[in-house]
Design a binder for this molecule. Structure first.
Ligand code: FAD
Length: 536
């Protein structure tokens, strides 16, 4: 298999580095790029180091056999009007990132043999739910009210991550008042107090795959955040998800910084208790008093820092309070006809065996012959009005489904593309099963697929550096969401964190984490004029 030629960023060579940088960012995902771009705008010269051959982290796309697929972006919400999210994307991309709306019915849930849809627009979403569950109008009303109050608690919760301990103590009564007690409860428990209709709960939780935890394990806050995020519909970045990083990088370069690819950081250097730079895998040292890790909590504290430093800084026990999120399989499909010719929708399909999502996950983890607990199907070329210009006469489809990392762990030391027959046939069998789900929903596609390939949790490990192929970094349990140490500032002076692990997963979650990290580094007084510019 040939590696993709769709690459952005500048290939790392030690002699391409500037003499001095104000900050070094590890990882070029949305968290790292947002932090780098905001610091650059404040006059910092920032060096972003990305181990992959292309920049963007989970927002990168790849191309093979004339097709192009995204690996970690299928839809983004809240960008249809000048919302806070949209303004932030506009700012980072200098208005160059454009968005195409999906169909009004942006998510379709197949729950057993029943079909439900999520409709764009708050009132439309509510009315549509009531139409599907006419006896549950009161419960639906109460649910919408919960979403509303969860929404107004999100900003204080996020901002509390940048407070110094003394400020936290001072702000504690306000934060408590602003944080409703249902926020950190289990999603299912909160919903079960509104209704005993299991099908309604299943539809309300139909997007659980967007955070990787079924309703009896997930935090209501994250459920509410995702539901609100998509309440006004789903949008797709025109030109493909790689355009996200492509449109942000110039901001970093304008201040003299750069985004380097093939730039694997081996270690974060700590001297006399302070971060002083990074050691690259080629042995080169980049000295810098400000190191920002967007490579994820586990990579940062278990790989890039020595066990001794992590322990001394107080992270050894803290790490026991979090665990990696689920891993996944991906199927990347190419067809030799356009999305229009094939009648592909701009709607995501979520396919569930029945309404007991947690039960299905449990069974599947124990026994891989059990039905997939969720199969997600997305039609990127249908969503992207520019796809036909880049790849005329073709269409693409992507399938995502959970799969435990442990099933693949025995091949973890093998090289990508050369993991042997046993691995290939195991993943091919899983891929064929996932393809059957596609054909069941769209039977006319049978015989029209030109090409498909399957990724496993080992691919996520290989290309994204996630040690256990984590789909969304840390698992979004109520416990994790209340860990106060998951914040930009570490106990090691000069070392900062950003990305999905310090707030929540999602491109927007990682972007907001980048904003928090920048705020934490430069302080609220210095960030204020920039925030005013972004949001005025
Ligand atoms: C299959 C899938 C579908 C998704 N769908 C959506 C969606 O539709 N909408 C949405 O909003 N979100 C979606 N997400 C989630 C979203 O993509 C992520 O939450 C978000 O992009 C994470 O950004 P990040 O910056 O925190 O991390 P990442 O994007 O993972 O960036 C971390 C970067 O660090 C690099 N790195 C790691 N170690 C090193 C090292 N030692 N040296 C140098 N670099 C290193 C990695 O290569 C990586 O590029 C999806 C994710 C997946 C996997």
């Amino acid at each position: 298999m040939k590696a993709s030629t769709l690459r952005i960023g500048y290939r790392y060579r030690p002699n391409r580095l500037a003499e001095k940088y104000d900050a070094v960012v590890i990882g070029s995902g949305m968290g790292g790029l947002t932090t780098a771009a905001m610091l650059s705008d404040l006059g910092w010269k920032v060096c972003v180091l990305e181990q992959h051959y292309t920049a963007g982290g989970y927002t990168h796309s790849y191309e093979r056999n004339g097709y192009e697929w995204d690996v970690g972006v299928h839809y983004i919400g809240d960008v249809g009007t000048k919302t806070r999210t949209r303004r932030m994307f506009d700012y980072l991309s200098d208005g160059k990132l454009e968005w195409a709306p999906m169909d009004e019915e942006y998510d379709r849930f197949y729950v057993g043999d029943k079909v439900f849809n999520a409709k764009a627009g708050k009132q439309q979403f509510r009315d549509n739910l009531v139409r599907q569950f006419p006896d549950e109008a009161d419960a639906i009303e109460a649910y919408m009210a919960l979403l509303e109050s969860a929404g107004s608690a999100m900003s204080p919760v996020a901002m509390s991550r940048v407070l110094e301990p003394w400020q936290s103590t001072l702000m504690s009564p306000y934060l408590k008042w602003k944080t409703p007690n249902f926020l950190f409860r289990i999603t299912y428990d909160v919903l079960a107090e509104l209704t005993d209709n299991k099908e309604l709960i299943a539809v309300i939780c139909g997007q659980w795959g967007d955070m990787g935890l079924p309703p009896k394990q997930s935090t209501f806050m994250v459920h509410a955040m995702i539901a609100r995020h998509y309440l006004y519909g789903g949008f797709y970045p025109i030109g493909g998800s790689w355009r996200i990083a492509d449109s942000i990088i110039p901001k970093i370069q304008a201040a003299g910084g750069e985004v380097f690819t093939y730039a694997s950081v081996e270690a974060i250097l700590v001297n006399d208790g302070r971060a002083t730079g990074v050691a690259m895998s080629d042995g080169h040292i980049i000295e810098c008093p400000c190191v920002i890790s967007s490579a994820g909590i586990n990579n940062t504290f278990q790989k890039l820092l020595s066990a001794e430093v992590a322990e001394k800084a107080g992270y050894e026990n803290k790490l026991k309070t979090v665990e990696p999120s689920f891993a996944h399989l991906g199927v990347y499909i190419g067809l030799t006809a356009t999305a229009e010719e094939l009648g592909l929708p701009k709607t995501n399909f979520w396919i569930y065996p029945d309404s007991d999502y947690d039960g299905a996950v449990e069974e599947f983890v124990e026994d891989d012959s059990r039905p997939f607990p969720v199969v997600y199907i997305s039609f990127p070329s249908a969503k992207d009005p520019d796809y036909a210009n880049r790849h005329p006469g073709t269409a693409t489809i992507e399938i995502v489904a959970p799969a435990p990392y442990q099933w693949f762990a025995k091949w973890r030391d093998e090289t990508w593309g050369k993991r042997g027959d046993e691995y290939d046939s195991f993943k091919a069998a899983l891929g064929d099963r996932l393809m059957e789900h596609l054909y069941q929903k769209l039977p006319d596609l049978r015989g029209k697929v030109d090409y498909f390939e399957v990724s496993t949790p080992l691919s996520t490990n290989w290309f994204g550096g996630y040690q256990q192929g984590e789909l969304y970094g840390l698992s979004h349990t109520p416990d994790r969401m209340q860990q106060k140490w998951l914040r930009p500032k570490t106990t090691i002076p000069g070392l900062w964190l950003t990305g999905q692990d310090i707030l929540t997963c999602g491109v927007t979650g990682a972007m907001m984490a980048g904003m928090l990290t920048t705020t934490s580094i430069v302080g609220t007084r210095k960030i204020a004029p920039l925030m005013k510019r972004i949001y005025s």
